[in-house]
Design a protein around this ligand. Structure first.
Ligand code: PGA
Length: 252
């Protein structure tokens, strides 16, 4: 059975102190009233990871990094390796976010190295894909996302692929307040599930958690999560507000 997942992506927000307070607030709400069948994750800046792990009940709130290095270790000033992330106690790593692809030049080749290292170090990748507005306007989003998957996660052997969580985040909906309609999100996730079925078979397709991301919030989460192929959300802005985040966690 695939899991329901609500993952926060804090991006480059919160000082260390603010982040620990935010993690504690999210943890209290999840422990107190969060749906027990939902896997809740907070994706924090690297600097916060170890302390966030200490500050939450990790059986209820998982912790994710938002990136990791493409090399295992060595002379790569400023980089944070998958092994380092793992050593903080974090269990997840967001990879391939469109902001990383767009602002930091992350290609499929780089992502493949990161995926491999994350998996080798026992981290669960939350792999992001999604198209920009011109692609959507040309109605070529399926081919575009299909190619992103072909070039990266579809190269993984089945045993590794099974460990992934996949998030579809149309770039035109990220941080813009412009959510994809629940129908548009469902259509794409059903398409991705179909591609997984063709590649790895029905059992894997049924077991893979597919998330929607892009201006998902406390108001629209229930409608999105009601769709059969939407198994949860990757939440940016609204994950910084504990009271909104818990509503999303409980939106199924
Ligand atoms: P948003 O971000 O919810 O602020 O649109 C989602 C994301 O980029 O993960």
């Amino acid at each position: 059975m695939r899991k329901k997942v609500v993952a926060g992506n804090w991006k480059c927000n919160t000082t260390f102190q603010e982040g620990i307070e935010l993690a504690k607030a999210v943890n209290s709400l999840v422990v107190e009233k969060g749906a027990e069948d939902v896997t809740v994750i907070v994706g924090t800046p690297f600097t916060h990871l170890a302390k966030v792990v200490e500050s939450v009940d990790t059986a209820r709130v998982g912790v994710a990094a938002q990136n990791c290095a493409a090399e295992p270790k060595g002379a790569f000033t400023g980089e944070v390796s998958a092994a380092m992330v793992k050593s903080t106690g974090a269990q997840y790593v967001i990879l391939g976010h469109s902001e990383r692809r767009e602002y930091y030049g992350e290609t499929s080749e780089i992502l493949n190295k990161k995926l491999k290292l994350a998996l080798e170090n026992g981290l669960t990748p939350i792999y992001c894909c999604g198209e920009a507005l011109p692609v959507r306007e040309a109605n070529t989003q399926n081919a575009f996302v299909g190619q992103q998957l072909e070039e990266t996660i579809f190269r993984l052997p089945e045993a590794d692929f099974r460990k992934l969580i996949i998030a579809y985040e149309p770039i035109w909906a990220i941080g813009t307040g412009k959510t994809a309609t629940a129908e548009q999100a469902q259509e794409m996730l059903a398409y991705i599930r179909e591609l997984i079925r063709a590649k790895y078979g029905d059992a894997v397709a049924q077991d893979t958690s597919l998330l929607y991301g892009g201006s998902a919030n406390a108001k629209n989460a229930a409608e999105l999560f009601a769709k059969p192929d939407i198994d949860g959300g990757l939440i940016g802005g609204a994950s910084l507000k504990p009271d909104d985040f818990i509503v999303i966690v409980n939106a199924y």
